[in-house]
Design a protein around this ligand. Sequence first.
Ligand code: GLC
Length: 398
Amino acid sequence: MTFMVGGAPNELAFFEKILASYTVDTGVPVTLIRQSTDSAQRKQGILLSLRGQQTNPDVMLVDVGWIGQIAASGWLEPLEKYDIDKNVFFQSVIELADTYENKLIGLPLYIDGGLLYYRKDLLAENGFSAPPSTWAELRDMSERIVPRQKAQNPNFWGYVWQGAQYEGLTCNSLEFFTSAGGGFFVGTATPVIDQQANVTALQFMRDLLHKQPISPPNTFTDMKEEEVRLFFHNSNALFERNWPYAWGLHNADDSPIKGQVGMAPLPGFKKGQSASTLGGWHIVMSKYSDMKSESASLIKYLTSARVQKQLSLKLGWNPGRSDIYDDAELLKANPALQNLKQVFKNAVPRPVIPYYSSVSQILQKHINATLADRVPAEQALKQAQIEVLELIKDYGIK
Ligand code: GLC
């Protein structure tokens, strides 16, 4: 049997171990097919196999951002007949992402939400007792602290986030836009991209790089999850936007910033207007698998309370199961988990539509052009709106 998964090196190493223990328990060997961390590249690999109706991979992880497209293509094996208890998972996520035409087609292996990481020590040394709750505060704190740090480390910056032209930029933009009162769509067929709140947010994003910059100049060319994580990890930034996986790595024994990191909801343009994009990866079975009952048993194993707990303890991932968030051992290891449960419950989904990836590519292209300071925010969003409307027309969506 084969299992296809991508991720950071420590995540892949962890999966090797879990699969080996599954084989010890069941006698069924499983080969890990490794992918990169980039969501679009992972999708390409998966599409190649499914389009070609290949028997491998049997089981794989798909991004909440494009599970809708894979399901609509009819490539996923419905899971009901394998006696799976879907009630132990976050119900809103099961309904949003794992149910297609009333059939259960996947399970959330873990849930992601964008978070703010900050240097507790540097904030405290400079007289700040809490992380920023607005973007203006984040800027003020950076402007106060960064020049002092730069004196010792010229490569020190205020805020690192995912601004390269790829799916992560869409996730970051959704957070900035929503936290200004804007967003991408109303419902699933009405784009509202060229609204004033989004222009304000995009202007702010651009200014982070170009007007009294507090984000590094390579934000729009290079910054994806791991680039951002390593930048902050190596003590080169005050604030970082990343997913929950960064927490465990920042606090690992060999981390230069161990014990100095705080985690909070992202700021908003007004207090209390924070937004976190709903991310996460779902475990699914290929319709073309020739080992379906073994595949179902692997899916049950990886979503069992025991393995979900390990994913949380070892990788800092947030379980797709909602029934283990009160577990004493988990809370001891990661006291923030209780608060995170709330962040995930309120997280903003990307539109779950079969042509979402094309929408995202349009957004990435135009938003990135503003970050590169090539196109003003208003014009970029106008153009994105026009192209998304054309796409919807091409798909014949009412
Ligand atoms: C994370 C999220 C995923 C998102 C991706 C963007 O992997 O879990 O949902 O699409 O980041 O880079």
